[in-house]
Design a protein around this ligand. Structure first.
Ligand SMILES: [Zn+2]
Length: 86
């Protein structure tokens, strides 16, 4: 699943939880990195609702992938790409 930065038909202003089958509004951002696939400074993000935050964090945590859990309100996607601006 590759989220596209611009999807005109969907409503991008309402982030949805990344948990399978969940349609709840996301309130948490889980930043993670798979060292086998990603360079160390790369951050993948999952969105989580209140209910699934712990589930997703545990999923990533047991694999050693989880780097950070940030409230969606405090997450600034623009700030994550500063070193890779194009
Ligand atoms: Zn959820």
């Amino acid at each position: 699943m590759i989220p596209s930065p611009t999807s005109p038909s969907e409503g991008p202003e309402t982030p949805i939880c990344s948990a399978k089958g969940c349609r709840a509004a996301a309130v948490w951002v889980l930043a993670w990195n798979n060292p086998k696939l990603h360079t160390p400074d790369r951050r993948k993000t999952w969105l989580a609702c209140e209910e699934h935050r712990e589930h997703l964090a545990t999923f990533l945590g047991v694999r050693g992938f989880l780097k950070d859990t940030v409230p969606l309100a405090e997450w600034e996607p623009a700030g994550t790409g500063e070193e890779h601006r194009r």
